[in-house]
Design a protein around this ligand. Structure first.
Ligand SMILES: [Zn+2]
Length: 70
């Protein structure tokens, strides 16, 4: 199976997986990536969680009947 050639996420140039700078093509792009993080370029918009599920505990009307007569 032929592996797809990895590309630098910054400049989209083919990169060498064996490189120390992988997945970047070079130190320059690696630094650029860090800078992107620092400037919020990669910031993921945070959505408020809508998983505010309400736990409705069903009330079982009457109390428990213990039919234990001795
Ligand atoms: Zn690059």
């Amino acid at each position: 199976m032929a592996q797809p050639t990895p590309i630098c996420p910054i400049c989209r140039k083919p990169t060498d997986p064996a490189s120390l700078q992988f997945p970047f093509c070079g130190e320059r792009c690696r630094t650029q990536d860090l800078a992107n993080w620092a400037t919020g370029e990669y910031a993921i918009p945070v959505r408020p969680t809508e998983a505010d599920e309400q736990w409705e505990i069903p009330t079982d009307g009457g109390g428990s009947e213990r039919g234990r007569d001795d």
